[in-house]
Design a binder for this molecule. Structure first.
Ligand SMILES: Cc1cc2nc3c(=O)[nH]c(=O)nc-3n(C[C@H](O)[C@H](O)[C@H](O)COP(=O)(O)O)c2cc1C
Length: 328
């Protein structure tokens, strides 16, 4: 299946829209939105797992950013995902940065993006989720800051989105780590993060998504704040502004294979230092990468870029690799 995808399907997808990566993405999403939904999630023996008080049919999820507005939600469990994170969504609908803003680096199995939270806004997502009814797998909702909102009013911006979407998410991801919204990563600083998390207290699990570019000291401080504020878990990591072994002039966040080593390091650090549940994400392009994430201390795994290069069989491959091991 993976060979079929890589030899037959991927070349066609990559040529869509004259090779423009975002056009291919949009058309694929539209096609997926029309897929008939399977009734049961993919959950082979040994795959299901309870984390954050939530039962997951399997521990492999779709990472944020692939389906920001939840347009193809029923399709993801049919592809084998055990949970889905929609968003990042913002209080105000916004177009994101100018195109082109999504670049494939096939020789590295990587992507550089500077999308800038293009999304239809929190209210539109709430409307769609309300019409759709419950999903067959747990749903995470990733929240970010609207570009028009100044940094010193960020708390109110997140709180408004959170209230609008509260009824629909099984967990909420607080995205303070995208490199593509000016100033956003400053919300990872102790004072600002503490204020934000204090304002978002809830009955449902809150997770903080971190950048791979923080030093151990900065990460340690961030984890202190998470623990002080009763955060339920950490998602590690977002894309990197570093270019490990990759030569590209495009600005933005790098994802995929070159991110794997650093993401794994951060997962290990966060799990060890905080003891919090971790969702490991970054560079999972092979089932062995998912296994390494769990070995590094992650409770769940997500992927995005690997799906583009390896196709949906990667998802089931990861689930099978993890289910065949005891304790996962
Ligand atoms: C095109 C693109 C858009 C993304 N958008 C978001 C986003 O809106 N919110 C977010 O938290 N992460 C976003 N991400 C980051 C992914 O969720 C993930 O953390 C990162 O890509 C590393 O995983 P991967 O190597 O499996 O892709 C985006 C990634 C890509 C490639």
């Amino acid at each position: 299946m993976s060979v079929l995808y890589e030899r037959a399907v991927r070349p066609v997808l990559f040529r869509l829209g004259g090779g423009d990566a975002e056009t291919a993405h949009e058309r694929t999403l539209r096609a997926l939105a029309r897929l008939p939904a399977f009734r049961r999630p993919y959950s082979p023996s040994g795959a299901s797992k309870t984390v954050l008080g939530i039962r997951f049919p399997n521990p492999v999820g779709l990472a944020a950013g692939m389906d920001k507005d939840g347009r193809a939600l029923p399709a993801w469990p049919s592809l084998g995902f055990g949970f889905v994170e929609v968003g990042t969504v913002t209080r105000h609908a916004q177009p994101g940065n100018d195109r082109p803003r999504l670049f494939r680096l096939p020789q590295h199995e990587a992507i550089v993006n500077r999308m800038g939270f293009n999304n239809a806004g929190a209210e539109a997502l709430a409307g769609r989720l309300g019409r759709l009814g419950p999903l067959r797998v747990p749903l995470g909702i990733s929240l970010g800051k609207s570009k028009i909102t100044p940094l010193d009013q960020a708390v109110e911006d997140y709180v408004r989105s959170f209230r609008i979407l509260y009824a629909f998410g099984d967990y909420f991801a607080i995205n303070v780590s995208s490199p593509n919204t000016p100033g956003l990563r400053e919300l990872q600083d102790r004072g600002r993060l503490s204020e934000l998390l204090g304002a978002l207290r809830s009955e449902k699990p809150l997770l903080v998504k971190v950048a791979p570019d923080l030093t151990d000291a900065a990460l340690g401080e961030l984890l202190d704040v998470c623990l002080e504020r009763g955060v339920a878990g950490v998602i590690a990591t977002n894309t990197t502004i570093e270019r490990p072994g990759v030569a590209t002039a495009e600005a933005g966040g790098l994802s995929g294979r070159p991110l794997a080593a650093r993401a794994l390091e951060v997962v290990r650090f966060v799990a060890k230092e905080s003891g919090l549940p971790v969702i490991g994400v970054g560079g999972v392009t092979h089932p062995g990468d998912a296994v390494r994430m769990i070995d590094a201390g992650a409770s769940l795994v997500q992927l995005y870029t690997g799906l583009i290069y390896r196709g949906p069989s990667l998802v089931r491959g990861c689930v099978r690799a993890l289910s065949s091991r005891s304790g996962t």
